[in-house]
Design a binder for this molecule. Structure first.
Ligand code: SAM
Ligand code: DTB
Ligand code: SF4
Length: 334
């Protein structure tokens, strides 16, 4: 075998879709420094290590959801004290997008607490996508399950990303949600892929899952072909009134490990340090960025819960020398 000359850089790690659980568990079990070194090495092959993409979320239809996701403030099955609303007017949504753009977000993510969109809602949804796009921002929607026809309509409107998380492992899924199956989730993801829309799919840590479930969840995501272009890793925000309202907090180091493993397995995807940043120290967030996280939600609200304020995030970016990533820079985006 020929030795690489000191000046030659190795070929970048390519996405692979043949992961088995033991391999993924072995990554989780690496010494922390080895894991982070490997993740940061892969990260630098595909991304500028000092760029972090910023998205802003808006709940365009809040609460009253018929699904029973055990973590969610918006399920009608639990008494969380949240007031259900009708879908917002298009104009209001566009005003929110303008504010997000001025605050530095390159993508606007709109979420509705539906099992799936009704055909009568699609007109307004399409106007929202077209309006946000015309401002020069990327668009993302998360509306529940989609038919192939609805996915095609969203693509036609110009939708850039669709968020649909697998949330946890296939094995553990039934402990968290009973009103739909893991396979239902994968089916919508495949409709979104077939329509040519970028997939945003990830999960939540802190649901009572084991490390093996985290490995299994990442294995499902990485074995999708293509891999999701965006992979949000959420830390559970415990919501009073839900079955997980008293769940034990996730250890910060364990969270960072999961980000690093996601980065290694999905080298060309943007990995999002998603919900839960308000409960993390600057140091934990810095470790997440070192582990390969390169997107966040900015703005004081996620969907129904709070997020760090803009000045705090700007200060964190300045302390770490991070810069916002421009729109359309994901190396795997369609
Ligand atoms: N209803 C749509 C769906 O389920 O796909 C979209 C909205 S849903 C709120 C989007 C994602 O937010 C969920 O899949 C979950 O991963 C995350 N999420 C919801 N509640 C959360 C919580 N309390 N803490 C952390 N993440 C949460
Ligand atoms: C994702 O994975 N996380 C975001 C987005 N996709 C839609 C939502 C986080 C929600 C946190 C709880 C809330 O604010 O209701
Ligand atoms: Fe409904 Fe989505 Fe909340 Fe589940 S996560 S209850 S589908 S809004």
């Amino acid at each position: 075998m020929t030795q690489l000359a000191a000046t030659q850089t190795p070929a970048p790690v390519q996405p692979r879709h043949s992961w088995v659980r033991d391999e993924v568990e072995a990554l989780f079990a690496l010494p922390f420094n080895d894991l982070l070194f490997q993740a940061q090495t892969v990260h630098r092959q595909w991304f500028d290590a000092n760029e972090v993409q910023k998205s802003t979320l808006l709940s365009i239809k809040t609460g009253g959801c018929p699904e029973d996701c055990n973590y969610c403030s918006q399920s009608a099955k639990f008494d969380t004290g949240l007031k259900a609303t009708k879908m917002m007017q298009v104009q209001e949504v566009l005003e929110g997008a303008e504010r997000a753009k001025n605050a530095g977000a390159s993508r606007y993510c709109m979420g509705a607490a539906w099992r799936s969109p009704k055909d009568r809602d699609m007109g307004a949804i399409i106007e929202m996508i077209q309006g946000v796009r015309s401002m020069g921002m990327e668009t993302c929607m998360t509306l529940g399950m989609l038919s192939p026809e609805q996915a095609a309509q969203l693509k036609e409107a110009g939708l850039d990303y669709y968020n649909h998380n697998v949330d946890t492992s296939q094995e553990f899924y039934g402990e968290i949600i009973t009103t739909r199956t893991f396979e239902d989730r994968l089916e919508t993801i495949s409709h979104v892929q077939d329509a040519g829309i970028n997939v945003c799919a990830g999960g939540i840590l802190g649901l009572g899952e084991e490390v093996g479930d985290r490995a299994s969840m990442l294995m499902t995501l990485a074995n999708l072909n293509p891999q999701p272009q965006s992979v949000p890793i959420n830390m559970l925000i415990p919501i009073d009134g839900t079955p997980l309202g008293e769940a034990a907090p996730v250890d910060g180091i364990d969270f960072v490990r999961c980000i690093a493993v996601a980065r290694i397995m999905m080298p060309k995807s943007v990995v999002r340090l998603s919900a839960g940043r308000e409960w993390m120290s600057d140091e934990t967030q810095a470790l997440c960025f070192l582990a390969g996280a390169n997107s966040i939600f900015v703005g004081e609200e996620l969907l129904t819960t709070s997020n760090p304020n803009l000045s705090k995030d700007n200060e964190l970016f300045a302390r770490l020398g991070l810069e916002p990533m421009a729109a359309h820079k994901c190396p795997s985006a369609v």
